[in-house]
Design a protein around this ligand. Structure first.
Ligand SMILES: C[C@H](OP(=O)(O)O)C(=O)O
Length: 333
């Protein structure tokens, strides 16, 4: 079975671990979000690609969900001694090696997709991990400068800050007025992305951030159309449970794009043109009827990724729903 998964960081990576446990023989292609990428100290950092790679390659810091296990922080301490900014983004020594190798290869002319493949040769994630695009896309967030503590005498002045500054430095505590994936209009899908979508048997949206992870991937010209045209069913799992994100602060960026923080609203945001099926948490059973009324097959099951077995059960439910969609399509054809 050929499965394509659109993934952000922690939620996507943990879901993939369950999917691999549920379908060990499957041929899985992961289209990774690169809108969270940031250039720091001259290095290109790809947080979501690395979280998928480290998680599936058994190198992740399990407690944090990001970064390397058994990490040390000598470089960060030395940089602080020099007074070098920014200090709010945590890069450990082991993690630095990944960014140095990536940056060195990119400086030598290799595209990000080739570099990612080379990094994965070490980590053996057991999936084909492709960035959504080889072109540089970096998500920015429009905020009020007064809320940043700048320019207090000029209320109403806004500027765009990098997504990581908004998310990691400010913990999404300043109002996001708009989410702007800079560079996306000119970005092309990375080699292999459109073919994987066209040839897939099943396409899954894990419980990743619908705005800044999956939403950014969908914004790369050509990817959304390929998904709509794909013969494979598209099934998603809600990242919102009981009106709140399972983890993180996705509610803040949903608000910025005018979408309510609910399993129903996120399903409608993706829409029936894109989604064939949607899984909501058992506590959101009352979401099933409105999602189905919107034209998307829906079921309520436990959606907490507490361990690999619970996550594998979610993956199996998504694959079962995809099979139902396919059977219904064949019966109707
Ligand atoms: C930004 C992040 O997205 P994810 O990596 O979970 O898709 C989150 O919502 O915590």
């Amino acid at each position: 079975m050929r499965i394509v998964v659109l993934a952000g960081g922690i939620g996507g990576a943990r879901f993939l671990r369950g999917l691999k446990a549920a379908e060990p023989q499957a041929d899985i292609t992961v289209v990774g979000n690169t809108g969270d990428d940031i250039h720091l100290f001259g290095l290109k950092v790809c947080p979501d690609l690395d979280t998928v790679m480290y998680t599936l390659g058994e190198g992740i810091n399990e407690e944090q969900g990001w970064g390397r296990r058994d990490e040390t922080w000598s470089i960060r301490a030395e940089m602080a001694e020099y007074g070098v900014e920014p200090t709010w983004f945590g890069l450990g020594d082991r993690d630095y090696a990944t960014h140095i190798v990536r940056t060195q290869m990119m400086s030598a002319g290799y595209p990000l997709s080739a570099v990612t493949e080379a990094l994965c040769a070490r980590w053996q994630p057991g999936v084909r991990l492709i960035p959504m695009s080889d072109d540089r896309v970096e998500t920015h967030v429009v905020v009020d400068t007064a809320e940043l503590g700048e320019d207090a005498e000029h209320p109403g002045v806004r500027r765009a800050i990098h997504f990581q500054e908004y998310w990691v430095k400010h913990r999404a505590s300043v109002t996001a007025h708009a989410i702007v994936p800079v560079g996306i209009e000119e970005a092309k899908p990375a080699p292999g992305v459109l073919a994987a979508i066209a040839e897939a048997d099943v396409i899954l949206f894990p419980p990743s951030n619908p705005v800044v992870s999956i939403g950014t991937i969908l914004g790369v010209p050509g990817i959304r159309d390929a998904l709509v045209e794909a013969s494979a069913p598209v099934v998603g799992l809600s990242p919102i449970v009981g009106g709140a994100p399972v983890r993180g602060m996705a509610d803040k960026v949903l608000e910025a794009v005018g979408v309510e923080t609910s399993a129903v609203a996120v399903a409608k945001h993706y829409g029936p043109g894109l989604l064939d099926g949607w899984l909501v948490d058992a506590t959101d059973a009352d979401a099933v009827a409105p999602v189905e009324e919107a034209g998307i097959r829906c079921r309520a099951i436990p959606l907490m990724m507490t361990d690999v077995e619970a996550t594998a059960a979610m993956a199996r439910a998504a694959l079962d729903m995809a099979a139902e969609v396919r059977a219904a399509g064949e019966a109707g054809a």
